[in-house]
Design a protein around this ligand. Sequence first.
Ligand code: FE2
Length: 428
Amino acid sequence: MLDLLITNATLPDGRTGMSIAVQDGCIAEVTEGLDAPAHEKLDAQGLLLSPHFVDPHFHMDATLSYGLPRINESGTLLEGIALWGELKPLLTADALIERALAYCDWAVAKGLLAVRSHVDTSDPSLLAVDALLEVKRKVAPYLDLQLVAFPQDGVLRSPGGVDNLERALDKGVDVVGGIPHFERTMADGAASVKLLCEIAAQRGKLVDMHCDESDDPLSRHIETLAFEAHRLGLQGRVTGSHCTSMHSMDNYYVSKLLPLIAQSGVSVVSNPLINITLQGRHDTYPKRRGMTRVPELMAAGVNVAFGHDCVMDPWYGMGSGDMLEVAHMGLHVAQMTSQAGIRQCFEAVTTNAARVMHLENYGLEAGCDASFVLLQARDPVEAIRLRAARLKVFRKGQLLAETPAATASLRLAGRGASTSWMAPKHAG
Ligand code: FE2
């Protein structure tokens, strides 16, 4: 007797009429049209069943602090960093934990069950590190929280930066972070990349650096990051986040850079909502979009994922933990409007992001965790267009969240009684 059997599901790869059999928290079988005894059965009615969403880039120590102690008036990255500096002395562990747990509730309700969060290590007390390690323990039964030691003020620029970061790793933070474009000079930025990659190599850790979050086309730390990943044998274990300067780089240089990133096995995480909001602030017109070269990186064979980065914090006042909103913005900014492009944007918040985080047992195949989302949509394109309702969210076979289907009742003479914004299928 199975624990759970889902029938008549559409999968992201386009297969329809699929049954997913679940036993002991794992997917036992994925087969077309299977019927078998099960304690619980769910007819998906042809709707999309997707592996859960994954956010590979977030800041959970800052989330839901919007307005504390004041609002970012200029809207720039640098005022956001300054504002965060004003907030840090006021932080308490209890308030930080409460906000982070509230955000994790939002995430689960949106089918977002794995988050990589940077945690600022600049404060020698490591208050935020301890708080997020506590949050990680608390949410472990329902959400995978991976932490990155992030020296927000610059690991070389701020006194004790290296020591603070190493102590955070000693405490159990998972990944080595960095912010080379915020160091004092390009040379210091490159030195920080080398140092941090060496620390990761010695400790057997993954790397994820904020890299070139700038409009400056000469901010080229991604080159050093790729070189160090290659030199230290860290292929597949290193991520460059943001990489917005690539948007403004000279095309000839990029033609050399893309193969280097691909050969080094470095993943790139773009954060569409934040990049379109924070970059280009020094421009008048034309005003740059400020997001990295997503389709070009993908075409070069680089694993590219989308992150949410911020929700209601010093840098960004919007957001609700919805990775479909992230994918929606990503496809607009990157102009990835082909059917294939839209599907790639869906992969950027699911499978590609899972690869960045090295999630084990992720996917919709036999042997994977039974952690998936039933969406009120018939395919990934419709899911992104509608930011579709997460009808049911399962983790390891357990139902964690339900949302009613989105419908509107209509009072139109001679027309149907309701709509759920699903377009009629083309006939023939
Ligand atoms: Fe970030």
